[in-house]
Design a protein. Structure first.
Length: 329
């Protein structure tokens, strides 16, 4: 009987996964473990045929114990919580779900951009405090058609954000080393030759790239110093793209006027953290991807990927270069 270990999940039940995997004779072992130390205590880790993870950190020590696993599948797009090199060394494919929440995150990005430029939370708080009128100076209210928005990352989500911004007649600058200048121009945007050019030229910067060794802390004190005075930063990608300490200082010193964050480093944001007390910060608890349809698609896609592995079929969305069928390359 194939064993499927689910290290952790935020779902109340596993009805979707069971409906797909139990007819194949699979036994599901569902845990709520987040750290390598916790994962190493799971008996089924060494005998699981497939390992599914959401937020647990699956490092080399954990992967080295996966003596039976034919696939690791993540509930999500990003795979920064999985040691891809360690899995590749063991010949274990790592799969993600790259297209399940594109519209949701793009919508949420625009919600944050509009909330930040039109100062929606500040006026809501102002009115609740019994004050009728502007909560910020008039120049704190921005119009998208007057702004240049810099989009860092031109993948599925970045492109949908660009499409939405263009509908507001916004000038859009794009930086993505993996996308050609011609392709960016065809989208209706303008390519930036470097991240530095984008930072210096944009009134608002929105991040849509994965967390990799190259992108972690890409927005540090130096990058923040290159931005226009009063710029706005939006991050719905990964918290560790931004140096949190440098971000707080820039907001306090008036370098950035507003930050809108669905993600942060660390997560959850610790109680009492300065970001939670600053009126020029909009925060959400990493929920941009959430909708009924998106979650259903995510869970179905993950379970179907596991099912393909159990049946010995070619796997979709392998992100670590291991293309296996029944353990043969």
């Amino acid at each position: 009987m194939p064993t499927v270990l689910i290290t952790d999940s935020t779902f109340e039940t596993l009805d979707v996964e069971r409906s797909i995997l139990e007819p194949l004779g699979c036994s599901l072992d569902h845990r709520q473990c987040k750290t390598p130390a916790e994962l190493l205590q799971i008996d089924s880790l060494s005998r699981a045929d497939a390992v599914v993870t959401q937020f647990a950190r699956v490092d080399r020590s954990v992967i080295d114990r996966m003596t039976h696993a034919k696939v690791i599948v993540r509930y999500g797009i990003g795979v920064d919580n999985v040691d891809l090199e360690a899995a590749r060394d063991r010949g274990i494919p790592v799969c993600n779900v790259p297209d399940y929440c594109v519209q949701e995150v793009a919508d949420h990005t625009l919600a944050f951009i509009l909330a930040a430029t039109r100062q929606v939370p500040r006026h809501c708080d102002h009115l609740r405090a019994g004050v009728w009128g502007l909560a910020v100076p008039l120049d704190g209210l921005k119009t998208l058609c007057d702004l240049t928005v810099g989009v860092v990352g031109c993948g599925r989500i970045g492109r949908e954000v660009i499409n939405r911004l263009l509908a507001f007649h916004t000038r859009v600058l794009v930086h993505d080393p993996a996308v050609s200048v011609d392709e960016i121009r065809k989208l209706g945007a303008q390519p930036a030759s470097s991240l530095e050019e984008l930072l210096a030229g944009a009134d608002l910067i929105t991040l849509h790239c994965p967390s990799t060794p190259r992108t972690r802390r890409m927005i540090d004190s130096t990058a923040l110093g290159r931005m226009k005075p009063g710029a706005i930063l939006v991050n719905l990608s990964r918290g560790d793209l931004v140096d949190t300490e440098a971000l707080v200082k820039s907001l306090q010193d008036g370098g950035l006027s507003v930050a809108a964050l669905d993600v942060c480093d660390p997560e959850p944001i610790p109680a009492g953290h300065p970001l939670l007390k600053m009126p020029n910060v909009i925060v959400a608890p990493h929920i941009a991807s959430a909708s009924v349809n998106a979650v259903q698609r995510l869970r179905t896609s993950v379970a179907e990927t596991v099912a393909k592995s159990i049946r010995g079929e070619r796997l979709p969305n392998v992100v670590n270069g291991v293309d296996l069928i029944h353990g043969s390359g």
